[in-house]
Every structure is written in structure tokens, then in C-alpha cells.
Ligand binder design. Structure first.
Ligand SMILES: Cc1ncc(COP(=O)(O)O)c(C=O)c1O
Length: 456
């Protein structure tokens, strides 16, 4: 139970009702055997909790932009919903920027952070007035050229890597000694280079670090922010004025994948930061945050029909329609990304009964395509449904096209007094025509027109 009284019970009840309603209303069934569901109430609650947490620790009047890391859930309706809740967008590619713009986010609500920006992308961002954090000296050179050639309203900064170390998942640890992100601050000469970069460029007004995501303990995250703050203080002291006026502390709050409770909470993190870095909150610095997973993960559920229930070598195996295409990290790296699975019957009602150790398999043609291996659950039968929980970030919105499996439809839901649950389409299921088109359908004969000299 967190301090909002949020043990996740409301969340679990809403989810159960949505699964049943999805079956009743025909979103899920034999001919649409997999969907992604998004709990709109939960998303709004998390956005409000984020804003309240930082409002509590910042001096009144401090500018704070919470920029949702679009990579976590790159869906236009989600970005629009978050915008309505006062949340901007952190984008890391031209595609993500296009999504943010399609959702109606203004340049002032948008931050561009990608590690490999082309000159054209930088030019566009500066022309629009979008905040940019330069990842490295070569990128700063490009920005120098653009700043010389045109006036821009973009707030500009440098991304640093405080190299405070990694967490339990290597792939999401961004502050290791050899991480590809930002200027590696502890490398020889790097700190002095960063200070000089600001001394030489009065228009550099921001400093950015994102010290890691899932698997990073809070104290390590706080240390990353503390080191970034200390650098900003040093730069401003050396320059003799508060040239850096905004610190972007990145995202990365870990998510609890073991129960419905939110843990840690934004309030806990914000307080831990104020404790570790009080000067960051005294009103001298504006703040940008870039939370992704923690805003959306717990509000998404993948529900998949059990096509066949079988047994192999004494192990029960439920063959479902959710596997590597929607849960890529879990399938390939199950030790780091285990997901909770719940069982529903053919009418979408929570299944009870004795637990049986079973595999919940996906539809892809390789043996490792398992959502869960050896999991104790009420025995899944043919026509039942298996739900993969906490999949609102970095899961069903991140389709992997193995076996040309179609992207599932995604539906947002709210409780509704008249119908029980009301759904809205977030993304239509992918059609076969779209799969063919994306797979070179318009160029079917292209390769047969090519002949090496002398080959015919
Ligand atoms: C620069 C940056 N900001 C924010 C995030 C979001 O992290 P998370 O989803 O863990 O909050 C990432 C993710 O890797 C990132 O690279």
C-alpha cells in the first residue's frame, strides 16, 4: 500500500472488468485473439501523482516540465492524453518527434535527446524551438554551426554521463563507465571540456543526465542527479552567473513488476532527491524530467486467447497468441524481464482452481517463444485467456515483426455506468494488406529484374 492508499486493488478490479467486457463486446474472441488494453484512469492517476510529487518538493513558481519518454509508449492518443494531464514529451528520433507533433505537443513541451541526430534533425529541432541536449562534442559542433547561421529559441544543453555505475540490468544501465550516452564525465579532461563548452557558449543554458532505467536502485539514481547538480553549480560559479538555469534529470524510475502496487512512488523518489540534492529544489533551477516506464507500465495489459492447451514431457503448455511479437524483452531475456500472468476463462472471468505448473507460450515458431515458463496458475484450457500484466510500456506498443505476426489492436478503457466498461480504439489491429505492403509488396518483382553481368 502506498501513501495514496494505492495497493493496486482498484487497478486490478478495473483490469478484470475490462477483460470481461472486451470478450463481451467482441474486442477479444476467436477471430481477434490478442489485444492490448490501456487503463485510462490509471494513466491519469500516475500523471497526477508525478506532478504532485514534484510540486511538493519544489519552491513555488519553479518551472517544471515533465516530458514523457515517448519510447516507452509511442502511441499518439497516449501522448494526447498525457498532454491533457500536463505532461510533455521527450523524443529520441524523427518518428517520435512526429508522434509528439501529431498529438499536438508544442515545441515548448518537447525535448529532443537522441544519441544519433542527423544535421537535418538538429536543424528542424532548432527551427521549431525544441529543447535539444547535445550528446557529444561532435554534435555540439553541429549545433554551433546552426546557432551561428540562424536565430533559435531552442533551450540548448549538454548531456553528461556521471558514470555512477549500473544496476541489475545491463541493457538499461546508462551511467556505466563505457555507456554510449552523453559526455563521460569522469574520463580524463572531460569535465574541464564541459565547463569550457559552457564558458564559450553563453547560449548553453541546460544540463542533462539520465542515469538509468529499470534495475537501478534509487540511491544510485539520486547520486547521478547529485553529480549533475554539482557540475551545474561548478559551471555557474566559474562563469560567475546562473547561465545554467534548467537541469534535466532524465527518467528511469523503476517499476514493480511483482504486484499491482506502485513501488517506488514518485513521491518517494522526489523526497529522496530533495534529501540528497536540496539545492536543486530551492528555486534557482527549472527542472525537466523524462519518465517513461513508470508512467505507463502498470496501466497496460496484453490479453491473448489460448488457442491450444497441450502437454509435453509432463508439462502443461498453453499455446496463446502473445509471445515475442509483443513481449520481446521478456521472451529473449526472461531473467531480467519476468511478467505476471493471470488466467481468465473463455468469458473473460478470472479463473480459479488449483494451480498447475505450466508454460504460457506464444505463437512464434521458435522454442523459446514463452511468455512464462513453469508458472503456477489455474490450468489454462483451450478458449481461455492469458493476460500479461504491467505491459503498458516497452511491450505491446513495441511490435517485433517475427513470423509477420500482426500488430494487435490497442484499446483504452474506463469504467462506464451504462455498459460496465467503455473502450476507445488507440490503434487498429494491423491488416494482412498492411503486412504485405510493409514487406515490399509494392516491389514484388524487384529482385528478379536484377541480373549480374554474364549471369544469363
Ligand atoms: C534519455 C532518456 N530519457 C528517459 C528515458 C526513459 O526511461 P524510463 O522509461 O526508464 O523512465 C530513457 C530511456 O531509456 C532515456 O534514454
Amino acid at each position: 500500500m502506498d501513501e495514496y492508499g494505492n495497493s493496486g486493488e482498484g487497478r486490478a478490479t478495473r483490469r478484470d472488468e475490462a477483460v470481461r467486457a472486451a470478450v463481451e463486446q467482441g474486442l477479444l474472441g476467436p477471430d481477434s485473439p490478442i489485444v492490448g488494453l490501456l487503463d485510462v484512469t490509471g494513466i491519469r492517476e500516475s500523471a497526477a501523482e508525478l506532478r504532485a510529487a514534484f510540486a511538493e518538493v519544489t519552491t513555488p513558481g519553479t518551472p517544471v516540465l515533465h516530458a514523457f519518454a515517448v519510447k516507452a509508449t509511442p502511441l499518439v492518443p497516449v501522448l494526447r492524453l498525457l498532454r491533457e494531464e500536463g505532461i510533455g514529451a521527450e523524443v529520441a528520433s524523427p518518428g517520435e518527434l512526429a508522434l509528439a507533433r501529431a498529438a499536438g505537443l508544442s515545441p515548448a513541451e518537447t525535448v529532443l535527446d537522441s544519441p544519433a541526430k542527423t544535421p537535418a534533425e538538429l536543424r528542424e529541432a532548432l527551427a521549431l524551438g525544441i529543447a535539444v541536449n547535445a550528446d557529444n562534442p561532435q554534435e555540439l559542433d553541429r549545433i554551433d554551426g546552426l546557432v551561428r547561421s540562424a536565430v533559435s529559441r531552442s533551450p540548448l544543453g549538454i548531456r553528461v554521463n556521471p558514470q555512477v555505475g549500473g544496476g541489475s540490468i545491463g541493457a538499461t544501465s546508462t551511467a556505466t563507465a563505457t555507456s554510449k550516452f552523453g559526455v563521460a564525465l569522469r574520463d580524463e579532461g572531460a569535465r574541464e571540456w564541459v565547463v569550457r563548452a559552457y564558458l564559450d557558449r553563453p547560449w548553453l543554458s541546460r544540463l542533462h543526465a539520465h542515469t538509468g532505467s529499470q534495475g537501478i536502485p534509487l540511491p544510485l539514481m539520486a547520486q547521478g542527479v547529485a553529480e549533475t547538480y554539482a557540475l551545474a553549480e561548478e559551471i555557474n560559479r566559474r562563469i560567475g552567473r546562473p547561465q545554467i538555469d534548467t537541469i534535466d534529470i532524465g527518467g528511469g524510475l523503476p517499476v514493480n513488476f511483482t504486484s499491482d502496487a506502485t513501488a517506488p512512488t514518485y513521491a518517494e523518489y522526489a523526497r529522496a532527491l530533495r534529501e540528497a540534492v536540496p539545492g536543486l529544489f530551492d528555486g534557482r533551477y527549472g527542472l525537466v524530467t523524462e519518465f517513461g516506464r513508470s508512467l505507463l507500465a502498470k496501466h497496460g495489459t496484453i490479453v491473448a486467447r489460448v488457442e491450444y492447451a497441450k502437454s509435453a514431457g509432463g508439462r502443461a503448455v498453453a499455446v496463446t497468441h502473445a509471445g515475442v511479437q509483443v513481449a520481446t524483452r521478456t521472451v529473449y531475456v526472461p531473467g531480467s524481464w519476468p511478467l505476471r500472468i493471470t488466467a481468465y476463462d473463455g468469458k473473460g472471468r478470472p479463473k480459479s482452481g488449483p494451480e498447475v505448473v505450466q508454460d504460457v507460450a506464444g505463437p512464434a515458431c521458435f522454442a523459446g517463444d514463452l511468455l512464462a515458463e513453469g508458472r503456477a496458475l489455474p490450468l489454462l484450457d483451450q478458449g481461455d485467456y492469458a493476460a500479461a500484466l504491467d505491459t503498458g510500456a516497452y511491450y505491446f506498443a513495441h511490435h517485433y515483426a517475427y513470423n509477420s505476426l500482426a500488430r494487435p489492436g490497442i484499446y483504452g478503457f474506463v469504467p462506464d455506468p451504462a455498459r460496465g466498461v467503455r473502450f476507445a480504439t488507440v490503434r487498429d489491429p494491423q491488416t494482412l494488406a498492411s503486412i504485405v505492403a510493409e514487406s515490399g509488396g509494392a516491389h514484388a518483382g524487384a529482385l528478379t529484374t536484377l541480373h549480374a553481368p554474364g549471369s544469363r
